[in-house]
Design a protein around this ligand. Structure first.
Ligand SMILES: *Cc1c(COP(=O)(O)O)cnc(C)c1O
Length: 330
């Protein structure tokens, strides 16, 4: 599992959220994958370490990827490309001229080649559009490498198998064992990687819970299965025998108003947690997933858990464009 380049700051820190833990009567820890770096920050960099290695091995010089206008993944790709000595083309979804803010602002700072497409084009033909960019580059003697949305494919998800190993190394040095890992699900690669890591290193014994932030749990159970099937091509025989694509534990019901849209309740939750714990969640992924976890703990869905490890997957830049939606009372 070492066929990667090294860009992320690893291992990431694990810290306990004391006040929330006391309030809910269960220990909640955060794995600070938001601190994998500053420009590359977040979960995508663990995946990109593998995708970029594959790109370099194939002799490619330009990374091509896609996402929403505030995509954390696109921004991470633009930053990681520079660090790896490559160029990047970002195909971003927007129906209007966007404000230069948040991740898109960082994309511009990083000098990425940015192409806008509409949400219809994004749903129906983003792959064809990225392939046409490969052809366009070929005319200039360049070689493009396409990374799908979120780097959630077989190779990218390998990054979260290693994440599980990192958690076990932490456990060996402390007296805490995490019985449950919780993560936001946006394109499925992070969940797929942790699920595989749990099978490979722990015989599937820990509970791995996802909260989907778009689509449905059913959609992601299928998508994660496909990603795991793709990842199998990269695994050695011993690991391959251990990995399964069953027992997906994805909790639906916290998409709220829709992908990247925030309810006032979600924003207030982010605000409360910031004041209480000094930790800032993002509005698109971790804000919704942690909001969901909080509710589900109260409902009793985690009554068998003692130590829950929530993966803080990053996304801070995505909060800035939402600043005017917070109802701060003076
Ligand atoms: C992309 C992203 C996720 C979701 O990860 P997937 O692997 O796409 O499911 C979670 N949190 C943040 C901050 C992200 O940018």
């Amino acid at each position: 599992m070492n066929n990667k380049i090294n860009i992320a700051n690893l291992p990431t820190k694990i810290e306990k959220l004391e006040k929330i833990s006391a309030e809910l009567g269960v220990n909640i820890f955060f794995k600070r994958d938001d601190q994998t770096g500053s420009e590359v920050s977040g979960n995508k960099v663990r995946k990109l370490e593998y995708s970029i290695k594959e790109a370099i091995d194939q002799g490619c010089d330009t990374l091509i990827t896609c996402g929403g206008i505030q995509s954390n993944h696109a921004r991470s790709t633009a930053a990681a490309a520079i660090k790896a000595g490559l160029s990047s083309v970002l195909v971003l979804r927007t129906n209007e001229e966007p404000e230069v803010d948040g991740n898109y602002f960082v994309d511009r700072l990083l000098g990425a080649d940015i192409r806008f497409i509409t949400s219809d084009e994004y749903s129906n033909s983003r792959q064809e559009i990225m392939e046409s960019i490969v052809k366009e580059l070929e005319k200039d003697g360049r070689k493009g490498y396409i990374i799908p949305e979120g780097a959630s494919n077989g190779v990218g998800s390998l990054g979260y198998i290693n994440f599980v190993k990192e958690v076990l190394e932490f456990e060996e040095k402390s007296d805490t064992k995490f019985d449950t890992v919780v993560v936001a699900v946006g394109s499925g690669g992070t969940y797929a990687g942790i699920h595989m890591g749990n099978d490979i290193y722990l015989d599937g014994k820990r509970r791995v819970v996802g909260f989907n932030v778009c689509d449905t749990a059913e959609f992601f159970k299928e998508k994660v299965k496909e990603i795991i099937e793709e990842s199998k091509e990269y695994l050695n025989k011993k690991d391959l025998e251990k990995v399964n694509s069953e027992n997906m534990d994805i909790i639906d019901g916290y998409v709220g108003d829709g992908y990247a849209l925030s309810t006032q309740e979600e924003l207030n939750f982010i605000w409360d947690l910031a004041k209480k714990e000094g930790v800032i969640l993002d509005p698109v992924y971790t804000g919704k997933a942690m909001f969901g976890l909080h509710k589900e703990i109260k409902k009793g869905s985690f009554k068998n858990s003692k130590n829950i490890l929530f993966v803080h997957t990053g996304g801070l830049f995505g909060l800035f464009p939402k600043k005017n939606q917070f109802e701060f009372k003076s």
